[in-house]
Write a protein that binds this ligand. Structure first.
Ligand SMILES: *[C@@H]1O[C@H](CO)[C@@H](O)[C@H](O)[C@H]1NC(C)=O
Ligand SMILES: *[C@@H]1O[C@H](CO)[C@@H](O)[C@H](O)[C@H]1NC(C)=O
Ligand SMILES: *[C@@H]1O[C@H](CO)[C@@H](O)[C@H](O)[C@H]1NC(C)=O
Ligand SMILES: *[C@@H]1O[C@H](CO)[C@@H](O)[C@H](O)[C@H]1NC(C)=O
Ligand SMILES: *[C@@H]1O[C@H](CO)[C@@H](O)[C@H](O)[C@H]1NC(C)=O
Length: 386
């Protein structure tokens, strides 16, 4: 028994070491860290001195739009390529046959983690937790951690354990072991949810200083500071996203990029940078961050044909809609699409959905990059190549 345990331990240690040692280089960056703040309008955020100061060393994306309200669906979208009609912040479960960015990264052995401030321990699946501010359940919240709502993530122990607190991030940062893809949500005070625009901007400025030190990372690192949604529900969901870090080409520091982006652009940018397969959902057709597209020679960015008509304030129908009449099944992914990595859908997704694919079920995913909301719901049609 002891020998077995020892062998298991050694095998495990070697595996970890091999995994840590092998960095997968990307076309424009070798690491992406995305940090999410809450509920602020573009027009107000750009006036914050802390944001204006950060902008001097980065690229401001001037036309970045969230998908709907409230928070949760926007977080879900960024890692899953759809928000499944979600229009609330209650605890949800997305079936195991739905894949995410995690499947794409694991396929290429690219290390990843989610860090959530005041999460009480790795893999915590509760709805909320009281943390350092002692505000009674307003520190860590599940609705700002999309990973735990996907069964395809939580049903695998190793994946669940990759979700941890900011303390785990600080340890990894000190040891120079920060994974290659990192998703971070500060607590409800620091992210501005229960404080103010200025509070969150000042927090981000301070938090980012050590990460922006030229010696912070040995590899080209892109830091994407973003907001989940706007504050004003009556306006199209226009938010600030700032690209920072050592991956920003020096000539682009302090510039603006006016390409149309949404939270799906995170997925298409990762696919483009690391030549990843796609999810067969709204990830395909979403614009790739321009400086990344330029580094990789990607030329398919375009303005969505229907951009002007979409308001992104209410959710379209789907599995997680509160109104029973707006509840639909999970759409079949489109296996004919080629994504920004130049590759088709991930093979394991195609296998999982093979029965629905064989039946030729209609799908809303056409790779067009068009955007949808409750007033302009997705149009389902037979699967076609993009
Ligand atoms: C879970 O927390 C969210 C706020 O983060 C709240 O809206 C929701 O009602 C809570 N659900 C339960 C079952 O406690
Ligand atoms: C990922 O790692 C596994 C285990 O070491 C290996 O079998 C597989 O070929 C690797 N995949 C890629 C795409 O490098
Ligand atoms: C945080 O904001 C919510 C409303 O979104 C409110 O119900 C709650 O009382 C606030 N908590 C604190 C500690 O400010
Ligand atoms: C956007 O949608 C919301 C919710 O339906 C509505 O209140 C608002 O008036 C709309 N705004 C525009 C500019 O259409
Ligand atoms: C995906 O899983 C859900 C929930 O278990 C199930 O209802 C659905 O039929 C599955 N879809 C396919 C194509 O297997």
């Amino acid at each position: 028994m002891r020998v077995l345990i020892l062998i298991a331990f050694l095998a495990c240690a070697c595996w970890e070491a091999a995994r840590a040692a092998k960095l997968v280089p990307g076309k424009a960056f070798d690491r992406l860290i995305t940090i999410w703040l809450e509920n602020q309008d573009y027009a107000k955020v750009v006036l914050e001195p802390s944001i204006a100061d950060l902008k001097r060393s980065g690229i401001l994306l001037t036309r970045f739009y969230a998908h709907t309200h409230p928070s949760q669906p926007n977080y879900l979208a960024a890692i899953g390529g759809d928000y499944w009609g979600n229009d609330h912040d209650e605890m949800i479960h997305i079936p195991e046959n739905v894949s995410t960015v995690v499947d794409l990264l694991d396929y290429r052995n690219i290390s990843w983690a989610g860090y959530f401030e005041d999460m009480p321990g790795p893999g915590y699946m509760g709805n909320y937790s009281d943390g350092q501010t002692g505000n009674g359940g307003w520190d860590y919240v599940r609705k700002h951690n999309p990973f735990v709502s996907y069964e395809s993530i939580i049903m695998e122990g190793e994946r669940l354990l990759a979700l941890d607190s900011f303390r785990a991030f600080q340890r990894a940062f000190k040891e120079k072991e920060v994974p290659q893809f990192v998703f971070m949500t500060p607590n409800m005070m620091n992210d501005g949810h229960n404080t103010s625009n200025k509070f969150a901007a000042d927090w981000a400025h301070k938090f980012l200083q050590p990460l922006l030190d030229p010696k912070a990372f040995d590899e080209k690192t892109l830091i994407m500071l973003t907001y989940d949604e706007s504050e004003d529900y009556s306006q199209p969901n226009h938010i600030v996203t700032l690209l920072l870090g050592s991956a920003i080409p020096p000539a682009l520091k302090g510039t603006e990029d006016s390409t149309f982006y949404t939270h799906y652009s995170l997925l298409s940018t990762l696919q483009n940078n690391w030549i990843l397969p796609n999810l067969g959902r709204y990830d395909v057709g979403a614009n790739v961050f321009r400086f990344v597209a330029e580094a990789s020679g990607y030329t398919k960015n375009k303005e969505p044909a229907n951009a002007a008509s979409v308001n992104n304030s209410i959710s379209y129908p789907g599995l997680l809609h509160t109104e029973p009449v707006k509840r639909l099944g999970i759409p079949v992914p489109n296996d004919r699409l080629i994504g920004a990595g130049g590759l088709p859908i991930l093979d394991s997704i195609k296998k999982k959905w093979s029965s629905a694919i064989k039946k030729g079920e209609e799908t809303p995913y056409d790779g067009s990059g068009n955007v949808y909301d409750g007033d302009n719901p997705p149009v389902y049609s037979p699967p076609r190549a993009n």
